[in-house]
Design a protein around this ligand. Structure first.
Ligand code: ADP
Ligand code: MG
Length: 465
């Protein structure tokens, strides 16, 4: 890869630094992402400057950048690593006015400062993303309480402290946290960080023997937003530090906003005192979107794309309906599916039919996730935080019986196993026990919101993995 003869002429890149051969990268992008995605997106990316551990890439527009970042960045990074292992992030420069990078341009320091930085996806979200704001967060019955609570926080800090938002993957938690951050940043000092990144700083500070700075750094903010707190599960040292950070922030009336994939009390392997702190303010959840919300999101996205490309969309209401109905698990997936359809229709310049869509999306929808009884049992016992052996045992106490029934119910609903087969997998129970479980949970999930929520969350956990 370091063969000199292969280096393309590009005056942005000094010869000593240049190692990655962009043309080769493009060939590998095409191979790995397929011609469609390559043609419509990736081939328009140019290499502007290379550093030892990151690249600056040129993209035509902001929208283009967001699209690539949300869809392809992880895979691009891993591809880039095969060319140069030290690369751990990519920065994008938006070349709005220039149609493409002309080799006569010089890259000024000034331009470099305007470069938007996208962190290594592992460490991401240390800074706010201006594109995830309240204006483009669409409300529906599954998220309206989370949305209105988030907005209220922005009007009056420490009204609820902490605000704790939880829900499954891809349902909009990071988007909301980010929107709060953008709003409050206008008036005060905001710290927005993922729990994972918090740990990264924590460990780095321990190694550098620099805990004083670490403590100062995190305790000086007036608004502290921490994403994906479930990451602290099982990490004692980190929990200790988090607890102290949390307390000193609350002491000085700083607002704390937290997201997680589950309710505070469901955070197993987290200290009780932390759980009760987390639950001590306002706890709200985001649920799986209903058809109406999914349709609204699709329509809004299409509108944005239309404005961006100044061309009318070829996506009929029928197709919109199809996508909204088929995409079940989360909003991130929904958007991904929509993008594929739109890209296809742009390339082929045609009005899509349902059967085109089925074709384009067959690997997404047909790749029916294989859900086994084992997997259901494991997920349910984890979810309710009870040992699997207890859940499968003959004991009949309610805290064990309910989860057991939930697991049986899901086994019936989500696998093709027969009732007797399911019974056997639950320590040789009779099929009538399974029937009873299915009936009980069906009834409960209709009239009991808590049960409905539990079932939905477990389902989305199962579908995600
Ligand atoms: P989470 O953090 O819960 O996993 P994200 O906040 O990352 O989910 O959301 C996933 C994607 O879906 C993002 O692109 C986000 O902008 C989008 N999204 C989620 N909810 C909404 C919504 N209500 N309106 C518009 N976009 C949404
Ligand atoms: Mg998130």
């Amino acid at each position: 890869m370091e063969k000199k003869s292969l280096k393309p002429k590009n005056i942005f890149v000094s010869e000593e630094e240049k190692i990655v051969v962009w043309a080769d990268v493009q060939v590998s992008f095409e191979k790995n992402f397929g011609t469609e995605i390559h043609q419509s997106w990736l081939k328009n990316i140019t290499l502007i400057k290379e550093f030892n551990d990151y690249l600056i890439l040129g993209v035509p527009t902001r929208f283009f950048r967001d699209w690539i970042v949300s869809r392809y960045l992880d895979k691009m990074l891993s591809q880039l690593k095969t060319f140069k292992n030290s690369i751990n992030r990519v920065e994008f420069k938006i070349l709005e006015d220039h149609k493409s990078v002309s080799t006569n341009d010089t890259l000024k320091i000034d331009d470099l400062n305007k470069v938007t930085e996208i962190k290594d996806s592992l460490m991401n979200y240390n800074r706010l993303n201006p594109n995830l704001n309240f204006d483009n967060f669409i409300s529906g019955s599954s998220n309206e309480i989370a949305l209105s609570s988030s907005k209220k926080i922005c009007e009056q800090i420490s009204r609820y402290n902490p605000l704790y938002i939880y829900g499954g993957v891809g349902l909009g938690k990071t988007h909301l946290l980010n929107a709060i951050g953008i709003e409050l940043e206008k008036q005060t000092n905001v710290m927005f960080i993922s729990a994972e990144r918090f740990m990264y700083h924590f460990i780095k500070s321990i190694k550098k023997n620099d805990m004083v700075n670490f403590k100062d750094f995190f305790r000086k903010s007036s608004v502290f937003i921490i994403d994906d707190i479930q990451f602290i599960r099982g990490k004692e040292g980190l929990q200790e530090e988090f607890f102290h950070t949390f307390n000193s922030l609350i002491d000085k009336s700083a607002q704390i906003i937290i997201s997680a994939d589950r309710a505070p009390m469901k955070l197993d392997r987290v200290q009780e005192r932390i759980k009760s702190r987390l639950a001590g303010g306002l706890v709200v959840d985001i649920d799986i979107p209903d058809l109406e919300l999914k349709t609204k999101i699709i329509k809004k996205r299409l509108e944005d794309i239309q404005n961006q490309f100044k061309e009318s969309s070829n996506i009929s209401d029928e197709v919109i309906n199809f996508i909204a109905n088929e995409s079940k698990t989360n909003i991130r997936e929904l958007i991904g599916v929509l993008n594929r359809v739109v890209t296809f229709s742009r390339i082929h310049k045609k009005d899509l039919t349902i059967s085109d869509c089925k074709n384009i999306l067959k690997d997404v929808f047909n790749q029916a996730k294989i859900i086994t009884v084992d997997k259901i049992q494991n997920t349910v016992s984890n979810y309710f935080n009870i040992p699997l052996t207890e859940m499968l045992s003959q004991r009949r106490s309610r805290p064990l019986a309910r989860p057991r029934q939930v697991a049986m119910y899901l086994a019936k609903k989500m696998t093709t196993r027969s009732l007797p087969e399911i019974g056997r997998r639950f320590a040789n129970r009779d099929h009538t026990t399974v029937i009873h479980a299915v009936k009980t949970i069906t009834r409960l999930s209709e009239k009991d919101d808590e049960m409905k929520k539990n079932i939905n969350q477990i389902k989305s956990l199962l579908l995600e993995e």
